[in-house]
Ligand binder design. Structure first.
Ligand code: F6P
Length: 310
């Protein structure tokens, strides 16, 4: 068993190191990755596919176990389906946006960190009678925002799945305060966008889905909430704090079960799949099922959260 440093970069550059019990001892409790990672997309690299095939041949590898999120596993799908590279995927992203699995490794820990942030913001919100806006990660989906918002009892949760009307959000907050509440918590996923025509926005680019890439949405809506409601408002952007630190028990168990399952399938030569979780069981899906569509938050969760959308 060999490991590649810095994700696809290591495979392209053919820099391997042996992974054995000794070199992997004690990593269960650690966040991040001991191998390092990069945002390299092997498909868009010059001779990327040829270099990957060559790396497998040179080191006499049977195949690759690829651990990553939507970008990493989408590249895996292309390499597997179009170029016959033997790959087994393992879903690892805090975003929880991959198909073929209930949960991805990292999501649960990120939700714990984000929920803790909501809890802590309650202190200032309550004692200073403020509206606190918390921006969480999630460029394309609002899993972290929805879970942490629900768990922390947020008063409004804004997610990329549904554009929001800031005027409605403000009316809701004013109604709350009118009923005697002296504070509110608004959780917003970084990729949440205002419904067209509902709010003046700074100049922006658009993403692959044609949606505005606003950058710092909380800093855009915070002042608007203060302006419309008249309540003092503060903004927190949690950022990479959500993606670090010790993994929680759920993520450790998920990582261990999916890691073992990936090894079992590799031993049987069962390539072209992603291992995942289905209820209490480990399951498999094709790399296509895992990546063709982003797994979004189901609408019943929004109903549970009584989310306010445009
Ligand atoms: O891994 C996915 C993700 O956590 C997104 O939620 C977030 O937008 C992005 O990574 C941040 O990426 P980077 O660390 O490259 O800024």
């Amino acid at each position: 068993m060999f490991g590649f440093r810095n994700g696809w970069r290591g495979v392209l550059d053919s820099t391997v190191e042996r992974l054995d019990r000794r070199s992997t001892q004690g990593i269960l409790l650690r966040g991040g990755t001991v191998l390092g990672t990069s945002r390299t997309n092997p498909i868009s690299e010059p001779d990327g596919v040829a270099r990957i095939t060559e790396t497998l041949e040179v080191h006499e590898l049977d195949g690759l176990i690829v651990i990553g999120g939507e970008g990493t596993l989408s590249a895996s799908r292309v390499l597997s389906e179009e170029h016959g590279v033997p790959i087994i995927g393992v879903p690892k992203t805090i975003d929880n946006d991959l198909g073929g699995t209930d949960f991805t490794i990292g999501f649960s820990t990120a939700v714990d960190v984000a929920t803790d942030a909501v809890d802590r913001l309650h202190s200032t919100a309550e004692s200073h009678n403020r509206i606190m806006v918390l921006e969480l990660m999630g460029r394309h989906v609002g899993w972290i925002a929805t879970y942490a918002g629900l768990a922390g009892g947020a008063d409004a949760i804004l997610v990329p799945e549904r554009s929001f009307d800031i005027n409605k959000v403000c009316r809701h907050l004013k109604r709350r305060h009118g009923m005697g509440r002296s504070f509110s918590i608004v959780v917003v996923a970084e990729g949440a966008v205002p419904a067209e025509g509902t709010m003046a926005l700074p100049d922006y680019e658009t993403d692959d889905f044609g949606r505005p890439v606003l950058g710092g949405i909380a800093n855009i809506i915070g002042p608007e909430i203060e302006r419309q409601t008249g309540f003092e408002t503060r903004v927190t952007v949690l950022g990479h704090v959500q993606r670090g630190g010790r993994p929680n028990a759920t993520d450790r168990v998920l990582g261990s079960s999916l890691g073992k399952a990936a090894m079992d399938h590799a031993a049987e030569g069962n390539w072209g799949i992603m291992v995942g979780q289905d209820g209490a069981h480990v399951t498999t899906a094709s790399l296509g099922e895992a990546t063709r569509e982003l797994k979004t938050v189901p609408s019943e969760m929004f109903e549970t959260a009584r989310v306010f959308f445009g």
